[in-house]
Design a protein around this ligand. Structure first.
Ligand code: HEC
Length: 278
């Protein structure tokens, strides 16, 4: 028995040393276009699912069939989530195709029947995937709105989806956002025409999160953080943009969008077109 244990411990130590050495030698391909080995994938999926289940266990679920709640969720989902998770009538985006792990198409598969887990994921995000922790900028009630909406989403066609979004008052997430989310101060001083070239039609407005994947050279480098999160109090990237890139200059990333690209702006209830950086 003692001998077996010694052998196991030694084998474990050799194994760990080999893994460490391999990682140090650069053998792990961190590229998002190279899928995990099946065993690694299975392990990570198990760890992720259990992590969420355990943490969501004691979350109390409110009534989710409330129409007003679903409506609020629709506006917020359309503004912040479709760039990755798609919507009826939105088949794919650069982000939905290029992220690994891939964001699930919530318009098709919906969410599994565990609203507490869905709430937890939206609020806390998922490390080292593209899924952000929306709780940093949104109040719980707005997150519940999206959970309620996601329960309904797979039943909707494009028309019903658009109608619901249009009837919601757009993107709103009061309660949790920080000082940084000040529409007047953030967006009021843009040069005229700054947003005009984005030219997105009604109903195509989507998540500005697509910006994250672009990394327009030099353009966003000085805008370190999501303005919703307010983690970087000094960054007024709009002001920087206004001075750094003028209409038509090489810094104008809007005009570089291919026509089918994920839309970059959405309109707030106050009618302002609004650009979300991440
Ligand atoms: C930048 C891309 C991105 C954005 C924007 C995004 N997500 Fe995600 N989301 C992901 C990725 C990637 C995953 C999968 C992570 C994983 O499997 O580990 C995910 C997972 C999820 C899941 C879990 C789904 C499941 O079946 O387990 C939910 C629910 C979810 N997101 C909701 C949202 C909502 C609501 C929003 C908008 C407020 C949003 N996401 C915005 C990338 C994104």
């Amino acid at each position: 028995m003692k001998r077996t244990i010694t052998t196991l411990v030694a084998a474990g130590a050799v194994g760990s040393a080999a893994v460490l050495a391999g990682a140090y030698a650069g053998l792990v391909n961190i590229g998002a276009d190279d899928p995990h080995f099946p065993a690694v994938h299975a392990f990570l999926t198990m760890a992720r699912d259990r992590s969420i289940e355990v943490r969501a266990k004691n979350i109390e679920v409110p009534k989710l069939d409330d129409e007003a709640l679903i409506r609020t969720g629709a506006g917020n989902y359309n503004a912040m989530c479709i760039g990755c998770h798609l919507a009826p009538g939105v088949a794919k985006t650069e982000l939905s195709q290029a992220l690994y792990p891939a964001p699930p198409n919530l318009a098709e598969i919906g969410v599994d029947g565990n609203p507490a887990a869905t709430f937890w994921v939206i609020k806390h995000g998922i490390k080292a995937s593209g899924m952000p922790a929306w709780g940093k900028s949104m109040g719980d009630e707005y997150i519940w709105g999206m959970v309620a909406f996601l329960n309904q989403l797979p039943k909707m066609d494009a028309e019903q989806y658009q109608a619901l979004v249009a009837s919601s008052s757009g993107h709103q997430h009061g309660g949790g956002e920080s000082q940084m989310h000040n529409h007047e101060g953030q967006h009021g001083d843009n040069k005229p025409g700054h947003h005009d070239s984005a030219a997105v039609g009604e109903g195509q407005q989507g998540s500005g999160m697509a910006e994250a994947a672009e990394a327009a050279p030099g353009h966003h480098d000085s805008a370190p953080a999501d303005h919703h999160g307010g983690t970087a109090p000094s960054s007024d990237h709009h002001a920087e943009e206004a001075s750094a890139g003028d209409e038509g200059s090489s810094g104008d990333h809007h005009s570089e969008q291919p026509p089918q690209a994920a839309p970059k702006t959405h309109t707030h209830s106050d009618g302002k077109e609004h650009l979300h950086e991440s």
